[in-house]
Design a binder for this molecule. Sequence first.
Ligand SMILES: [Zn+2]
Length: 84
Amino acid sequence: MDACQVTSPEKVTVEELDQSDRRLGLKCCECHRFRYMRTHRYPANTIVSKIARKLRCAQCGSEDVRTFPVERHPGTGYWPAEGS
Ligand SMILES: [Zn+2]
C-alpha cells in the first residue's frame, strides 16, 4: 500500500477510524517518512484524508503529505512500522 499513489482516498471519518481498530497514518510523498498520528484533536466527523491538507512533513517540510487509515497486518496482527 502506498498512500501517495491513491487517487481517490477513502471517505473514512476519524470516528469510523477509532471504531474499526485502525490508526491514522501520515506519509510524506517527498522523503517517504511514515508516522502515526493521534486523532483526539480532530472532530469525530473529520474526513481522514483531509487532515493532510493542513500538515507538513516534520522531516523535510514538504506539504505533499497524505493521511489515511492504517490496518493491522492481517496475518500477524502487528501495526506497520514507522519509518523515514
Ligand atoms: Zn518529508
